[in-house]
Design a protein around this ligand. Structure first.
Ligand code: CP
Ligand code: NVA
Length: 309
């Protein structure tokens, strides 16, 4: 049966754990799995810029024996000229999976509804679930497990990253705190979904406006850009509104002494995070960036296995 990965909870908490276990195995034995031998092609489409996602999918697909076809929207018929549904029907005749970085979540849903090959969200305005697989893998590596840990996100709580931290973190049994101005709180339906998941995993989600309260005793400190792709016109307003939500050296001192700092990157040093924090000893951002490769390979292997079920 075709499974898609459009948001963090497109898989169950048990499936998330299974994919993370597989990611650790593939990190230790990089060339083990060749489900795309042939080579079979995977379309990797970008409506927005990317460095990490583009490289990690291209390298990962090649590692799995396949051939990545990188498509930029500007040079394709997507983006107003052809619907996601028609694009999906064309692609499924030739590729084994579709990976897409886009704006509206709805486009991904239309793509998935019209194809028999797996569709993967490589970042939308609402979620960045591939990043969370990498982040959870990184937390497991540095902390041994995710269950029961407190993860605190600071900044734009209604961003794709904050939404993914809330859902995927709770799925992994974590206590997720989001510190943001009230106007930048996560979407109510995302919180409702996380609360529902929390009942089965022992995790929780807490919305705060006070950064000190959010940082107190945290195991994982997280932030992201204040100006996500597509929000450039709001830049000045966002810098003003989010100015008090920077992860500073002082804020890190309120967290656990062995707290780790993560950031999906790209980062704006001096805005959402002090250079001393992101470039300091508690930061694991380079492991995190590498883990995009291992986590997404595991995801693709897992999705392709479901095709055979
Ligand atoms: N973190 C992340 O997705 O980076 P890119 O925008 O470079 O892909
Ligand atoms: N929130 C950021 C993440 C970039 C990887 C954005 O959407 O631009």
């Amino acid at each position: 049966m075709t499974r898609h990965f459009l948001r963090d909870d497109s898989i169950t908490p048990a499936e998330q754990a299974e994919i993370l276990d597989l990611a650790a195995e593939l990190k230790a034995d990089r060339w083990r799995e060749k489900p795309l031998a042939g080579p079979q092609t995977v379309a990797v489409i970008f409506d927005k810029s990317s460095t990490r996602t583009r490289v990690s999918f291209a390298v990962g697909i090649a590692d799995l024996g396949g051939s990545p076809l990188i498509i930029t929207t500007a040079s394709s018929q997507l983006g107003g000229k052809e619907t996601p549904a028609d694009t999906a029907r064309v692609l499924e005749r030739q590729v084994s999976a579709i990976v897409w970085r886009t704006y509206a979540q709805e486009g991904l849903e239309q793509m998935a509804a019209n194809t028999t090959v797996p569709v993967v969200n490589a970042l939308s305005d609402d979620f960045h679930p591939c990043q969370l697989l990498a982040d959870l893998l990184t937390i497991r590596e540095h902390k041994g497990a995710t269950q029961g840990l407190t993860m605190s996100f600071f900044g734009d709580g209604k961003s794709n990253m904050a939404h993914s931290y809330v859902i995927a973190g709770v799925m992994a049994g974590m206590h997720v705190r989001v510190a943001s101005p009230a106007d930048y709180a996560p979407r109510a339906d995302v919180i409702a979904d996380a609360d529902e998941i929390a009942k089965t995993t022992g995790g929780s989600v807490t919305l705060l406006t006070d950064v000190n309260e959010a940082a107190a005793g945290a195991d994982v400190m997280v932030t992201d850009t204040w100006v996500s792709m597509g929000k450039e016109e709001e830049k000045l307003e966002r810098l003003r509104d989010l100015g008090g939500y920077k992860v500073t050296t002082e804020l890190m001192q309120l967290a656990q002494p062995d707290a780790m700092f993560i950031h999906c990157l790209p980062a704006d040093r001096g805005y959402e995070v002090d250079a001393e924090v992101i470039d300091g000893p508690q930061s694991v951002i380079w492991d995190e960036a590498e883990n995009r490769l291992h986590a997404q390979k595991a995801l693709l292997v897992w999705l392709l296995r479901q095709q055979a079920v």
